[in-house]
Each structure stands twice: as structure tokens, then as C-alpha cells.
Design a protein around this ligand. Structure first.
Ligand code: 13P
Ligand code: SF4
Length: 338
């Protein structure tokens, strides 16, 4: 049981994202009963709740069994000891959980299904590309549908992309769907002196593509001493102007040893909200960019899918597609642990 006072105490430092992301006691009085009801239902249904760090803080801190980046969450999904997995994030992450747990019910509560990267390419697109580039190894970012993964050789996440591309025993790589991450791979391979011919698809993340190096220069000038942290879905120009680059979990971990007092976080603002909860003395500069898909998850929807799920809330994947997509994800686990 959590009380409104305990919730307010936990989340009172969150200021990022305007009033919709702030937690005065009146709002906590509305949220606490919903959180407590989710906990009851979770027990009743033997469910586990996986939550991405971009989702609203009352969900991350109120009901999550696991929070993390897409790599950690897919590992949690693989090891989940429950009958039901509620994946509070975006649909492709729920797909990954279902691919790894065909026997479990995987429910996704988000009212708005999507991700600008996953939506930028279909399985048929990949089949055509493969026919045009038969001697290329197809590497997909985890932000893709099960159908796309089923056509690819190996999948990567933002936390392991550079190391896996470097380790692949092939020089011809087709990376999809994120063009900006792809350009970052090309730059990083040059820095590592690794020679690969890398072709790219044209997808982008609508949240991360908006950042630009000029904005970083301006914020460094007006806030001397800030550290700039960026996600690899940003452009190469942005990464080259940043002090540290990493997946959402790597950015959180980096903050534990960071020396500066103020930071510019170039990723979805859920991460800054988490830092305001966990490191309330740290200051952030710059504005907040929200992912509408991640933020479309609400406690009400989570309650609804636990209480009386509808067909549309379940992830369903054709068995043939699932098997092939699983090979692609398992290859990632293999390379990530090599
Ligand atoms: P992470 O794997 O770093 O959590 O990133 C997922 C994502 O969608 C970033 O936009
Ligand atoms: Fe997709 Fe971008 Fe949202 Fe991440 S932040 S889930 S890449 S739209």
C-alpha cells in the first residue's frame, strides 16, 4: 500500500515536462488508489510489469517490477516468472517479450501504439532490400516489428550496437531502420579503425532528430560547466558535441559518477524525470522532449488491461514469424555476451 503522502514525497522533485508531469499532493491523492489497485491485480493475475524509463514517473515508481532500457527489459522479459507480462512502453518492446515468451500472455496498455522508427519499415520492405543486396548481413535496431526482425540476421540495441557491428564477421552490413544511428555507427567504426561497408534505411526517431549542435553550443555558452549526455538516436553532429553517449540505462549509470552540477540530457525527458527522483540535487538545462507513444501509457489503461483485457491489448505473433524473429534476437544475446 502506498499513501498519497508517500507518493508525493517520492515524486515531489519532478518538474520536467510541465504540469502534466508534476506531483502535488492533490494529484497524488488521485494516483495512490490506482497504484494500490494495480498491485492487488498484479498478485491476483500473477503478472509482472515491465516499464521503460521514458514512461511517466507514477508508473516507473508506483508499479514497475522492472525498469530499464530495451536491452535490460528484453532480458527481464526472457526471465520473467509470471503468467502475464504487462509491457508498459511501446508495441515493439511488447513484441520482443512475446517473441521470447510465446506461452505467456503479453499485454500492452498504451492507448497510442507506435514508434517512429518501428513504423518506418515493414517486413516486405526488408524482403525487397534483401533481394537487392543478397551479400549483405541485415542488422536491425530493436525498435522494429517482429516481421522486420524475422527478415534480419541480428538485432542490436542502443547499448550494444557499436560492439556488435564491430564483432560481426562480415564487411557488408545493411543497418535499419535508424539513419542517424547508422551514421553514428559509420563514424564509430572509423574511430575504431574498423572497415565495413554500411548501407542504411531512412528512418528517424521524431524525438531525437530534433536536437542540433547549435543548440548545444548555445546552452554551453549560457550555462558554463554543463555536461551534455546524448542517446545514439541523435545525429552525429549532436553526438560529436556531447560529453557522453549511451542507451537510456547507460546514461543513468553515467550520472552516478558525473562531476558537473548541471546537465543537458538529449533524450526523452522521462530520463531527466527519473534523475530528478533519484538525484534531486542535480540540475537540468534545456527543454523537454516527450515521446507521445511512451507517454500514452496511463495507470487507468494498465488497470483496464489487468482487469478485463480486450483482444487488441494482447500481442499476437504468427508462429513462423516469431521463430525467425527469435533467432534474430538470440543472435544479439550471443554477440552481446561474447
Ligand atoms: P533504449 O534502448 O536506450 O532504452 O532506447 C529505446 C528508445 O526507444 C529510445 O528512443
Ligand atoms: Fe520510438 Fe523515438 Fe519514442 Fe523511442 S523516443 S519509442 S525511438 S518514437
Amino acid at each position: 500500500m502506498i499513501t498519497a503522502e508517500q507518493l508525493h514525497e517520492k515524486l515531489k522533485h519532478v518538474t520536467i515536462g510541465g504540469t502534466s508531469c508534476q506531483y502535488p499532493i492533490e494529484k497524488c491523492e488521485e494516483l495512490a488508489p490506482l497504484i494500490n489497485r494495480v498491485h492487488e491485480l498484479k498478485k491476483e493475475k500473477n503478472a509482472v510489469i515491465l516499464v521503460h524509463s521514458y514512461v511517466s514517473p507514477e508508473i516507473v515508481y508506483g508499479i514497475a517490477d522492472y525498469t530499464g532500457d530495451s536491452y535490460a527489459l528484453s532480458k527481464n522479459a526472457m526471465e520473467a516468472d509470471a503468467d502475464v507480462i504487462v509491457f508498459v512502453a511501446v508495441k515493439f518492446m511488447g513484441d520482443t517479450a512475446k517473441i521470447l515468451n510465446p506461452q505467456k500472455d503479453v499485454l500492452i496498455p498504451a492507448g497510442l501504439n507506435g514508434c517512429s522508427l518501428a513504423d518506418s519499415i515493414t517486413g516486405d520492405d526488408v524482403a525487397k532490400l534483401k533481394a537487392q543486396h543478397p551479400d549483405y548481413t541485415f542488422v536491425c535496431y530493436i525498435n522494429t516489428t517482429a516481421e522486420v526482425k524475422a527478415h534480419c540476421d541480428v538485432c542490436v540495441t542502443s547499448g550494444n550496437v557499436y560492439d556488435i557491428v564491430e564483432k560481426l564477421p562480415t564487411n557488408k552490413i545493411f543497418f535499419l531502420p535508424d539513419k542517424l544511428m547508422g551514421l553514428n555507427i559509420i563514424e564509430e567504426m572509423d574511430r575504431r579503425n574498423v572497415k565495413k561497408d554500411i548501407k542504411l534505411w531512412h528512418g528517424t526517431c521524431y524525438v531525437h532528430e530534433d536536437y542540433n549542435p547549435e543548440m548545444i553550443d548555445y546552452l554551453r555558452l549560457t550555462n558554463p560547466g554543463i555536461e551534455v549526455l546524448a542517446h545514439p538516436e541523435c545525429s552525429p553532429g549532436v553526438l560529436n558535441h556531447s560529453d557522453f553517449v549511451g542507451s537510456t540505462s547507460q546514461l543513468l549509470n553515467y550520472m552516478e559518477t558525473a562531476k558537473a552540477e548541471s546537465f543537458l540530457m538529449l533524450t526523452e525527458c522521462g530520463l531527466s524525470s527519473r534523475l530528478q527522483v533519484e538525484m534531486p540535487n542535480v540540475k537540468f538545462v534545456g527543454s523537454c522532449s516527450m515521446c507521445k507513444y511512451m507517454k500514452a501509457n496511463t495507470l487507468e489503461d494498465i488497470l483496464r488491461v489487468l482487469e478485463s483485457p480486450e483482444e487488441k491489448d494482447y500481442i499476437r505473433i504468427d508462429e513462423n514469424v516469431r521463430q525467425k524473429a527469435m533467432n534474430c534476437i538470440e543472435k544479439m544475446f550471443e554477440y552481446a555476451e561474447k
